[in-house]
Design a protein around this ligand. Structure first.
Ligand SMILES: [Ca+2]
Ligand SMILES: [Ca+2]
Ligand SMILES: [Ca+2]
Length: 272
C-alpha cells in the first residue's frame, strides 16, 4: 500500500462510524420493539382496532444480517408494522434524508393500502403510497425520501400533497411511524416480512458515486464516492473543483489538494 492508499483506507474505515447516527432495525435477534397496529383500511389509519403479535424469524432476511420480522395477518382490517421509540420523537435532522426498508409478501392482491404513515403532534397524518411488494415471496426494497416531493399526502394516499412545512413539522414530533403489512384481499391471507429498516440523514455533496463506482448519488457515502470523485478530479470535471487555497470552499477553477480536503470534509458531513 502506498501512503496515500493507506490514508484513503483510514478515511473510509473511519467514515463508517458516522453511520451510527442512522436509526436502524436489522432484527438480528429480536423484533427490536416493533409492534403491530391494526386499523380500518382506506383512510386516516386511525385508532387501533386490535393487535397482531409479530414473530421474529431467525432466517436470512433482506439486509444481509440474520433475522427479520414476520406478520401473519388474520384480520380483514389493515395491518401495519409500527416502529419503536427509536424511530419516533424529534427526527427533524432526517428531513431530506431517507427511510429505507424491505418487504416480502406471499400475497399481493390488495393494493389499496400500500402505504407508509407518519403520525405526529405537529402536522396532519402523512400518508405515502409505496406500491405492493411484488413479485410475491421476494424481498423488495424501498427508499422513501423524507421530503415534500409530492408523494407524501395528507390523511390518505390520494390526499393533498404535503408541504415542506408539514413534512418538517411531522418529523419534529413523530408519534407513530407505520409501514403497511396489508397486501392480501382476504383474511386470513398474507404472511409479510419486514427487514433492514433505516432512517438516514440527507447526504452531503460528497455523494457523487453509486454502487460499482458509477457516477451519480445513491444516498450512501462509501468508497464509490471516492472512486467517482477521483475520476472527476483527473478528468477536470467542475464537480471536483470544490476547494481553494487553505482547503476551504468554494472552488477556484484549479485542481489541487485543496479540493480533496473539502471533499473529505463533505464526506464526513455524512448522511447519518
Ligand atoms: Ca435482518
Ligand atoms: Ca454515494
Ligand atoms: Ca479547486
Amino acid at each position: 500500500m502506498t501512503p496515500s492508499s493507506i490514508s484513503l483506507s483510514l478515511v473510509i474505515a473511519a467514515a463508517s462510524t458516522t453511520l451510527a447516527q442512522d436509526v436502524v432495525s436489522h432484527f438480528n435477534e429480536t423484533a427490536e420493539g416493533w409492534t403491530s397496529f391494526v386499523c380500518n383500511c382506506g383512510g386516516n389509519y386511525g385508532p387501533t382496532l386490535s393487535t397482531n403479535p409479530y414473530t421474529w424469524q431467525p432466517g436470512a432476511g433482506y439486509d444481509g444480517q440474520p433475522g427479520y420480522l414476520q406478520a401473519t395477518d388474520p384480520y380483514g382490517n389493515c395491518n401495519f408494522f409500527s416502529a419503536p421509540p427509536s424511530f419516533t420523537g424529534n427526527r427533524s435532522i432526517y428531513l431530506g434524508g431517507r427511510l429505507d426498508f424491505a418487504l416480502r409478501s406471499n400475497v399481493v392482491d390488495w393494493t389499496s393500502d400500500d402505504v407508509v404513515v407518519i403520525v405526529s403532534s405537529g402536522a396532519p397524518v402523512l400518508v405515502r403510497a409505496i406500491g405492493v411488494p411484488a413479485p410475491v415471496n421476494t424481498w423488495v426494497s424501498y427508499s422513501i425520501p423524507l421530503a415534500a416531493d409530492g408523494n407524501w399526502r395528507v390523511a390518505t394516499k390520494t390526499g393533498a400533497a404535503a408541504t415542506t412545512t408539514q413534512v418538517s413539522a411531522a418529523l419534529t414530533n413523530i408519534t407513530a411511524l407505520r409501514i403497511s403489512g396489508e397486501y392480501g384481499s382476504t383474511a386470513p391471507a398474507e404472511i409479510v416480512g419486514l427487514d433492514g429498516v433505516r432512517l438516514s440523514r440527507a447526504c452531503s455533496a460528497a455523494d457523487v458515486g453509486s454502487q460499482g463506482g458509477i457516477a451519480g448519488p445513491d444516498h450512501i457515502l462509501d468508497n464509490n464516492d471516492f472512486i467517482v470523485y477521483i475520476d472527476y478530479f483527473f478528468a477536470g470535471n467542475p464537480l471536483a473543483d470544490l476547494g481553494r487555497q487553505g482547503g476551504i470552499a468554494p472552488g477556484d477553477d484549479t485542481f489541487d489538494n485543496n479540493d480533496f480536503i473539502v471533499f473529505i470534509d463533505l464526506f464526513f458531513d455524512g448522511c447519518g
